[in-house]
Design a protein around this ligand. Sequence first.
Ligand code: ATP
Ligand code: MG
Length: 390
Amino acid sequence: MDVLYLIKLGEIQLKEGNRKEFTKLLKLNLKRKLSGCKTEITGREGRFYLRLDSTHAKEAEFALARTPGINGWARAESCDKKLPLIEELVLNEAMSAVGKGASSFKVEVRRSDKSFPMDSYGLASQLGAVVLEKLPGLTVNVKKPDASIHVEIRDKAYVYGQAEKGVRGLPVASGGKGLLLLSGGIDSPVAGYRMLCRGLDLEAMYFHSHPYTSKEALEKVKSLAGILAGYSGEMTLHTCHFTEVQLKINKDATPDRTTLYLRAAMIRAAELLAKSRGLKAIVSGESLGQVASQTVENMRFTASYSDLPVLRPLVGTDKEDIVKCSREIGSFETSILPYEDCCVLFAPKHPVLRAVYETERAGFDRLELDCLIKEAVKGIETETLHGVRE
Ligand code: ATP
Ligand code: MG
């Protein structure tokens, strides 16, 4: 037996010039996520219909809830545009709402096919009357119903109940591809999610300092990459072994500069990797003032080690909102697992807070880290994570 989902698009609709291309990409992204099942996607102009075998309903719902570009979706039923058939579907929907405890309802009709003989109001009244007659326990409440039953008259008639929320935004890859600096913390997975929802496809890079950081810390980052893969389809994770670079910084720089210089070295390494893979931006989870060292001066200094744009989608976001988002996307519980990040281990008590650009550029360059950074990038280990399907 097949199931049918109605899919509502959002921002894509506003894209005069790119609508066609973005829509094509969205369909492709969804098909890729559901590559294990036979799918049929039809429709246009802001509404799509996904049809697949009901044994794959769980996978479909997992994907629909996590595919950027989709504003909302609902499991729907369809029939020919004949009144008795529509009445039957509406009645079924009303019965299922009663089963879930609804005591009031309304019928909302959208009639895109203007050749359908009844107008929207007439059809809604007729369908409402049928429900009231067959289910006398229900009442109509137009303003605040327990259940809304939606009817759309298009190429066929479609009937559905409560629509679920999508993650909105633009289809992944519509804005090119970048490199996410993914640590095991709360912020960077959220930063990645935000950019995916703006259409930037991502690969992820993690700096690991074995033996100072544990195997568990790496496993944690892999889990986070897997969670992000639920949104993007898959996530390529590059693990860069940074112990040598970190040790040299700790040996040669004053303690207050170690975090700052480590950040600059990470950006340099990220730029090398990004350029070798054709990635057009670097994404970081920094947020202005969240920790004392995340200042505009320090951001200017660290970002100067790449000429790619360094995107910080959380720069103006409150920590509480970041945590809320991390709970919503399902990364919070993993992020708070207690495995130390390499930066924490050597973190100075009093880091440089406002880098004086010229002084720090000269200080960092004196460390002559280029060879060690190149070696670290050469030794990167890469694997691809897939979204965990429920
Ligand atoms: P997060 O919660 O993302 O770890 P944070 O608040 O702990 O961020 P920092 O530790 O200062 O902040 O890191 C700032 C950003 O630098 C991170 O959001 C991430 O993008 C990047 N970063 C830090 N450590 C690493 C690492 N070991 N590997 C990759 N990126 C890192
Ligand atoms: Mg961190």
